[in-house]
Design a protein around this ligand. Structure first.
Ligand code: MGD
Ligand code: MGD
Ligand code: MO
Length: 746
């Protein structure tokens, strides 16, 4: 029973701590070594802790800077129960924010945000979140365009590409590292093999990105070095060329689309020459690409990063419009994809959904959800309203944040503004495994177990399989399962039986399994009983492969209409136009971003922040694999050679990146693979302010979110805009040393 699982793979941990990837995984991720390495380290939270000022005098000042006092579990749970009760009495359940965002760990029972939400729902409710950091803008707009919000499922799959596609044009590329993970668990790592098969089949790839590295060299891709934030302009130039050449698929547009005419009028002003001036790509290259796209079976994909930007609703919408002009939507391996390769699961063969064992969240009696990209506004502007998707959300007076399984100092942008709001809170309670930024910036820290210390069941959204995750070691020190902590708190607060229903860990696993297995049996599957599952450790469902996305619609748009007002693809959406937002005319449009190279001062650069190769967001940052990537202990910042030379920066130098919102230090990596004017840093270095008590203090470690904006993609989506940011960069020689991994401040 040595088998466990993570978002980055299923693996075995032996008694001596050595790690093996699953034998059936062709290329296990090196990330599997991270957690076994850290699980017994000094960075673990070993027992409950309370910030000294909060414990003695309930102060707000000192959060993030003060030392912590270790307390017993009994004291800690009493403090938590009393404080929740106080806030509920004084401010109502609207005073509690529980919309905790975060990837937490794999495993359906011990999924930390689920255990938290179930608890707070039972306590009378909490302010929740809406949308996500991954593809929030696409999530807001796609229902209006194609009638669907299941963004990951809208992408043609690898087998279709290998068999049917001739040309894949990838806006934002499809970096292999991103396919190492899946929310819930990457079962196998086959991305490199699929690229190889496609290459062998003669499929050509175009990487439209500011970074050459966004598409693996193994497929010999063509690189179109585009300026960040200008993909819509490029797509307009491509569509215009198709129109100009008489290569637009008029039949497709007439039969399957609605609202083409007003968009066509808009398109007339936006030809390849115009696009060249904005994107930095020569008009002839744009025209040449458009002609090749028309001449071949083409798939257009746009990575999620491209829409994590101001007016981020436009790139996915324009992607659909461009694919519609080409006319391939609904044919295998053609049309469009959003996030092809942004994670593993959505591009391997998809199947019809199979029920999954998951912990029920219960019903939240509070009916307020704040867009994830606007979290700081919730803290800073109580009593005001936020415009969102045609409505207005009242911002309640939140006094307490309860968080488990997420890192607000990773996922939120504009950290100095977040901290301004954070300081207004009466109380912050977190469950954490490690002394990382969420723990350091809390008032009460309760030590949580890791996947290695509990039994669980893996069931991902994308693969019809369940896997047993066995406990491979006892809990570290006094760490407890999130579920057990909430069960005891619920007991103390008088709703224990509603929360735990009298079940312990194995009781819950058996129950969740039985419920899901019964539903699977109704669908005709034959899963074994729980004991059979727990003995073999896996159930595989022979689910039928899904047909190509939109293929039924293509075959008969009347019998299989889309869930849009016209039943067809809305090139123009009357609903979006009807919102009356001046920046949303109802069809895809190019907007000049507030921050981009086209409107930058002479020394400003565009900062991109991508997903880290050596960790998952901030998880595993202290592991040797992640540390090995750092430059003098700081996160590497890629900078184009010309930009480095102009500033006297050499490879390996420490640099300071700054704008009006904040500053961070990083280690320079000089490269020839970036568009000049662009910087790139991975997210996830543990936020490490030089003077944690001082507002605006620079981060020593390399967190891009000190300089990113939290303004919201638009009033339609209010989604995160991490990619829309200009900065200055300079060489420094006296940067303060990194202390992110110093551990408990007790
Ligand atoms: N600048 C910039 N910012 C970004 C992005 C970007 O592209 N650029 N990307 C955004 C995206 S797409 C995302 S999804 C977010 C990700 O942001 P998050 O999901 O918040 O990041 P993680 O580091 O995965 O945070 C998970 C936290 O949960 C803790 N944890 C893990 N397992 C457990 C558990 O079992 N119990 C408890 N109690 N805690 C646990 C970990 O220690 C960690 O602190 O970041 C966003 N932020
Ligand atoms: N190893 C690993 N894999 C991960 C994660 C992780 O933490 N670690 N996180 C996972 C998560 S939560 C998510 S949501 C996905 C995210 O998947 P994505 O959002 O697709 O991934 P990113 O790495 O953020 O960005 C991909 C590339 O987009 C390019 N890019 C940025 N802005 C622009 C632009 O304006 N135009 C163009 N054309 N390109 C641009 C950047 O060069 C960047 O390298 O990744 C997942 N995969
Ligand atoms: Mo994400």
């Amino acid at each position: 029973m040595s088998r466990t699982a993570s978002h980055w793979g299923v693996y075995d941990v032996d008694a001596d701590g050595s790690v093996r990837g699953m034998p059936e995984d062709p290329h296990p991720s090196p990330l599997v070594r991270g957690l076994p390495e850290l699980v017994g380290s000094d960075l673990r939270v070993d027992r409950p802790h309370v910030r000294e000022g909060w414990l003695r005098r309930r102060t707000r000042e000192g959060r993030g800077a003060e030392r912590f006092v270790p307390v017993g579990w009994d004291t800690a749970l009493e403090l938590v129960a009393d404080e929740l009760t106080r806030v509920r009495e004084r401010h109502g359940n609207e005073g509690i924010y529980g919309g905790c965002y975060g990837w937490a760990s794999a495993g359906r029972l011990h999924h930390a945000p689920s255990t938290l939400k179930r608890f707070l729902a039972g306590f009378g409710g909490y302010v929740d979140k809406v949308g996500n950091h991954s593809f929030g803008a696409a999530l807001a707009v796609m229902p209006h365009v194609v009638g669907r919000s299941d963004i990951p499922n809208l992408t043609p799959t690898w087998p279709e590409v290998v068999e049917h596609t001739e040309l894949v044009v990838m806006f934002g590329g499809a970096h292999l590292k991103n396919t190492a993970v899946d929310p819930g668990g990457a079962l196998e790592h086959t991305g490199a093999d699929w690229f190889a098969r496609a290459h062998a089949a003669g499929v050509r790839f175009v990487n439209v990105s500011p970074s050459r590295e966004d598409l693996t060299a193994s497929v010999d891709p063509e690189w179109l070095p585009v300026r960040p934030g200008t993909d819509v302009a490029l797509m307009l130039g491509l569509a215009h060329t198709l129109l100009e050449d008489g290569r637009a698929d008029r039949e497709f547009l007439a039969r399957y689309c609605d609202g083409w005419e007003s968009f066509e009028r808009y398109l007339h002003g936006h030809d390849a020459d115009w696009a060249a001036g904005i994107t930095g790509i020569a008009a002839e290259r744009i025209r040449d690409l458009a002609r090749r796209m028309a001449a071949h079976r083409t798939l257009v994909t746009t990575s999620w990063s491209v829409q994590r930007a101001q007016h981020g609703e436009q790139p996915p919408w324009m992607t659909v419009a461009l694919a519609a002009v080409l006319g391939g939507i609904g044919l295998p391996g053609q049309g469009f994809g959003l996030g092809f390769g942004s994670i593993r699961g959505n591009v391997v063969p998809r199947t019809e959904p199979v029920p999954r064992p998951t912990l029920p969240l219960g019903k939240n009696p509070v009916d307020i959800a704040i867009p994830v990209g606007r979290f700081a506004d919730l803290l800073l502007h109580p009593g005001e309203e936020l415009e969102y998707a045609g409505g207005r959300i009242p911002l309640p007076d939140v006094r307490l944040v309860y968080s488990a399984g997420g890192n607000p100092f990773h996922h939120n942008a504009n950290l100095n503004r977040l901290l301004e709001g954070w300081r207004r809170l009466d109380t912050v309670i977190v469950h954490e495994q490690f002394w990382n930024p969420p723990a350091v910036f809390a008032d009460i820290v309760l030590p949580a177990t890791t996947t290695l210390e509990r039994n669980d069941v893996l069931a991902t959204e994308f693969a019809p399989e369940w896997r047993a995750m066995y406990r491979v070691r006892p809990p570290h020190a006094q760490a407890r399962n999130d579920l057990d902590v909430f069960a005891e708190l619920a007991d103390r607060l008088g709703f224990g039986p509603d929360y735990h229903e009298g079940r312990d860990e194995m009781g819950w696993l058996r129950h969740l399994y039985d419920v899901a297995a019964d539903r699977a049996r109704e669908q005709g599957y034959e899963p074994p009983d729980f004991d059979g599952f727990w003995t073999t450790g896996r159930v595989t469902f022979p689910a039928p492969a899904s047909p190509p996305v939109f293929s039924a619609f293509r075959a008969d748009p009347v019998a299989h209409p889309l869930a849009t007002p016209s039943g067809r693809i809305q090139i123009t959406s009357p609903t979006v136009a009807g919102l009356g937002y001046d920046d949303q005319p109802g069809h895809p449009v190019w907007h000049e971003p507030g921050e981009w190279l086209g409107a930058a001062g002479p020394t400003a650069l565009h900062l991109l922040s991508n997903q880290p190769a050596a960790r998952l967001h901030s998880q595993l940052d202290p592991s040797s694999g992640s540390r090995a990537t750092k430059v003098d202990g700081r996160e590497p910042l890629r900078i184009a050679r010309v930009d480095a030379e102009a500033r006297g920066i050499a490879d390996g130098d420490t640099v300071r990146v700054s704008n009006a919102r904040g500053a961070f230090y990083a280690g320079a990596r000089v490269t020839d693979d970036l568009v000049p004017g662009v910087l790139s840093i991975s997210t996830g270095a543990w936020y490490d302010p030089a003077e944690p008590g001082t507002p605006g203090s620079p981060d020593k470690h390399g967190s891009p979110n000190v300089v990113t904006a939290d303004s919201g993609s638009s009033r339609l989506g209010q989604a995160p805009v991490a990619q829309t940011v200009l900065v200055e960069v300079e060489k420094v020689i006296d940067a303060p040393p990194v202390t992110a991994f110093a551990g408990a401040r007790v």
